[in-house]
Ligand binder design. Structure first.
Ligand code: FAD
Ligand code: NAI
Length: 468
């Protein structure tokens, strides 16, 4: 073995690289192995970052097209230059992935570019991207190999016409007709991007509601808004096949509950039906690391697998498949390895959908509280009554706060509105400190800001909303 490390991390995404940084800070001799050419994982390369760059640019375009005139701004000759839009997206990705490489150096983490495989207890073989192999020793191995898109049997992804998130973020032309399979986060975010740029977008969803996991009221109201923006939804529908013709795709669909088949034309189809852990070629079986039927690595409390010295974090273990959850896992596992008390509170991982308006929530939704038999009070405030939202002409949506009926502790907050992805941070802090709705209601918030809607909703829990 060329070298032995305190910690060898396999996978350089948000889970892996944040784990590496924390290990470095804690003085552990650390290596990170990543098979992509750049660090940053799904998130930086083909996920969070490029999608947000396109969402931002397309939102500006849509605003210039639809909203500027009403604010007294006249624009002529407005057009999309897709090549440039993609280039600015690539620029953001490049800057950030290079930033991660810099952080590895800064924290004295050795970066191996190659595919890692566990070949024995405490031993990892690296198939180097540059050719050849190298074996390293590891007192601790952290598996942070992330996830890959799920797909449907019989449908072959070519990343040009039938694409996953990877292809969807790099289309060379704006498709005339775009079909998305799945009305989850990717369906709504990518559907928004391409619809704003001019595609006719149809989203096919198996269930009868969009955004499973979101509060039902938010799901219903946001669907109406997205429909107004031009997205078409086919709910309770499943895709049974896609035929590739020379110039178009024929998508076969039928009602989820059974019924007549129908065919829809599309130029591009985006598969967005969820993700599954990626552990191919990792050698888990060699040392007997346990996985469940869905391929999720089994971890006991605190990221330990069933094999001593092997830990697992991020998308390849249970929990929400989100970058900030993977990051928190990464820091916590580093602290545990260093003998400290690493911990993540999975009840307080926020979710944000970066559509326009955004959707954000943390904690329990109404259905979850009802199912658990917990009595709660509700405070709600619409952005229509918020002064800043009115100045900005961005009045869609609301804030809803759910608090324990007896103790007043905030149990969940659900928001639909422009900028709520930023506002949710306030609630995460409040909930970390077990705040009551009254704590938030009596906290001074700057005027005029969107955050005042949170305060007014909190006042509403006790029935004293003042500005409505
Ligand atoms: P990953 O980021 O998947 O990283 C794992 C890395 O391990 C990969 O780079 C892979 O190449 C590498 N790897 C795998 N096996 C090996 C091996 N054997 N050897 C070496 N390297 C290996 N989350 C959010 O919180 N906010 C968002 O806005 C958001 N947007 C998203 C948009 C899209 C389109 C997608 C697809 C996902 C989005 N996500 C978002 C989810 C987020 O990207 C993931 O939750 C996050 O990347 C998980 O981090 P991870 O470190 O567990 O895994
Ligand atoms: P998702 O789980 O959010 O949504 C998948 C949708 O597809 C669900 O509504 C599901 O009911 C539907 N579906 C499943 N099988 C189907 C079928 N056969 N036919 C029709 N519909 C079907 O998954 P998605 O959108 O692929 O995203 C994957 C993950 O990536 C997310 O769960 C999330 O963890 C992460 N992500 C996070 C983002 C964010 O935080 N803003 C943005 C994008 C992705």
């Amino acid at each position: 073995m060329s070298e032995t490390y305190d910690v060898v991390i396999i996978g350089g995404g948000p889970g892996g690289y944040n784990c590496a940084i924390r290990c470095g800070q804690l003085g552990l001799k650390t290596a990170i192995i990543e098979m992509r050419d750049t660090l940053g994982g799904t998130c930086l390369n083909v996920g969070c970052i490029p999608s947000k760059a396109l969402l931002h640019a397309s939102e500006y375009y849509a605003a210039a097209k639809n909203d500027f005139e009403g604010m007294g701004i006249e624009v002529s000759g407005l057009a999309v230059n897709l090549e440039k839009m993609m280039a600015q997206k690539d620029e953001a990705v490049k800057g950030l992935t290079e930033g991660v490489a810099f952080l590895m150096k800064k924290n004295k983490v050795k970066h191996y570019a190659g595919k890692g495989k566990i070949v024995g207890k405490g031993e990892v073989e690296i198939e180097l991207n540059a050719g050849g192999t190298e074996n390293v020793g590891a007192k601790n191995i952290v598996i942070a190999t992330g996830s890959e898109p799920a797909s449907l049997p019989g449908i072959e992804i070519d990343e040009e016409r039938i694409v996953t998130n990877t292809g969807a973020l790099s289309l060379k032309e704006i498709p005339k007709k775009l079909t998305l399979i799945g009305a989850g986060v990717i369906g709504l975010e990518m559907g928004s991007v391409w619809s704003r740029l001019g595609s006719e977008v149809t989203v096919i969803e198996f269930l009868d509601h969009i955004m499973p996991g979101a509060d039902a009221e938010i799901s219903k109201q946001s669907k109406r808004i997205f429909e107004k923006q031009g997205l078409k939804f086919r709910m309770g529908t499943k895709v049974t096949g896609i035929e590739k013709l020379k110039t178009k795709l024929k998508v076969s669909v039928e009602p989820a509950k059974g019924g007549d088949e129908e065919q829809l034309d599309a130029d591009v189809v985006i598969m967005a039906i969820g993700r599954k852990p990626y552990t191919a070629g990792l050698g888990l079986e060699t040392i007997g690391v346990g996985v469940n039927q869905r391929g999720v690595i089994d971890t006991t409390d605190h990221f330990k697998t069933n094999v001593e010295g092997v830990w697992a974090i991020g998308d390849c273990v249970a929990g929400p498949m989100l970058a900030h959850k993977a990051e928190d896992d990464g820091a916590a596992v580093a602290e545990l390895i260093a003998g400290k008390a690493g911990h993540v509170d999975y009840d307080l991982v926020p979710s944000v959908v970066y559509t326009s308006p955004e959707i954000a929530w943390v904690g329990k939704n109404e259905q979850q509280l009802k199912d658990a038999g917990i009595k709660y009070k509700t405070g709600k405030f619409p952005f229509m009554a918020n002064s800043r939202a009115r100045c900005n002409h961005e009045t869609e949506g609301f804030v809803k706060i759910l608090a324990d009926a007896t103790t007043d502790e905030i149990l969940g907050v659900h928001m639909l509105g422009v900028g709520v992805g930023e506002l949710i941070g306030e609630i995460c802090v409040a909930m970390e400190f077990k705040a009551s709705s009254e704590d938030v209601a009596r906290t001074c918030h700057a005027h005029p800001t969107l955050s005042e809607a949170i305060r007014q909703a909190a006042m509403g829990v006790e029935g004293w909303t003042m500005q409505m």
